[in-house]
Design a protein around this ligand. Structure first.
Ligand SMILES: Nc1ncnc2c1ncn2[C@@H]1O[C@H](COP(=O)(O)OP(=O)(O)O)[C@@H](O)[C@H]1O
Ligand SMILES: [Mg+2]
Length: 261
């Protein structure tokens, strides 16, 4: 066998081994368990990312939400990554998704079948992360997107995600509140986005500062529901931080501060 063929085979074996690992490694248990089998397309997308070197190893799930699962992965430099995979879509979720996409000028004329919608959703999260990053709003930095799979910076250490605000309240709530108000303002004015699901569940404390994540439902400020969503986001912040005895800015004033009118 030629050297080249040998190398190719080696590589294939390694990739297959890695793919198996992805299916059997479960960080939370001592025994290896068959944690999950992805559908064919998802497997192909992850496989392709392994082949292209975007991912080197995908470990067990760190979170299994209703629509998406988040996995801890590493790239070939050994850097931690988070892989968010959109897997299921209830009729209700589909209806909701269409509503978000329809009013957003960035996503005109997309198809409505489940697979296309999951892909648009992943694409949307990736784009929102990029636009937020460009506006200097702390979010996980986007790395790659394909079909229903989003790869982004891992926030945490060694596969353990940083705690969210709901798990551990910030040491200096006053400061965290101020920063978050500034981030929402930057998101609105510079990225021209409204998060839409901002709460203690989607904010982590990282290196002493708050970081916003889960931007899949974030919409353009031109979306007909943008203002409603902004008010709700700000009300969530006020509710959470007033419980921590922060002297929060009254909601009308806060809205004006963000929107600038
Ligand atoms: N970039 C990331 N780095 C580390 N952990 C993450 C990252 N993104 C998500 N997670 C973990 O996965 C959980 C769910 O992620 P999220 O994006 O909020 O998805 P969902 O749509 O299920 O709410 C988070 O609470 C966090 O623990
Ligand atoms: Mg979330």
């Amino acid at each position: 066998m030629s050297y080249k063929a040998r190398k190719r085979l080696d590589h294939r074996e390694r990739v297959v081994e890695r793919r198996d690992k992805m299916l059997i490694r479960d960080r939370t248990s001592e025994r290896a368990t068959v944690e999950e089998v992805f559908d064919q397309t998802t497997r192909m997308v992850v496989f392709d990312m392994l082949n292209r070197g975007i991912l080197y190893e995908v470990n067990g799930a760190i979170s299994s939400g209703k629509e998406a699962k988040v996995y801890w992965a590493i790239n070939k430099e050994g850097i931690d990554l988070a892989v968010k995979i959109y897997l299921t879509s209830s009729a209700e979720f589909k209806k909701g998704m269409v509503k978000y996409i329809e009013g957003d000028p960035r996503f005109k004329g997309v198809k409505r079948d489940t697979r296309s919608l999951m892909a648009v959703w992943a694409q949307k999260e990736f784009r929102n992360l990029r636009e937020a990053t460009d506006a200097r709003v702390p979010v996980p930095k986007p790395v790659a997107v394909k079909s229903n799979v989003v790869v982004m910076e891992f926030i945490g250490r060694k596969g353990i995600a940083a705690p969210s605000l709901k798990d551990i309240p910030p040491e200096d709530p006053e400061q965290a509140y101020k920063l978050l108000v500034m981030y929402v303002k930057r998101l609105y004015r510079k990225a021209k986005l409204v998060h839409g699901d901002l709460s203690e569940y989607n904010i982590m404390m990282w290196k002493g500062k708050p970081l916003i994540f889960d931007l899949s439902q974030s919409v353009s400020i031109e979306h007909p529901m943008a203002r409603f969503m902004l008010t709700r986001d700000l009300a969530n912040l006020n509710r959470f931080f007033s419980r921590l005895n922060v002297n929060v800015i009254p909601i009308e004033k806060l809205e004006k501060l963000v929107v600038g009118k």
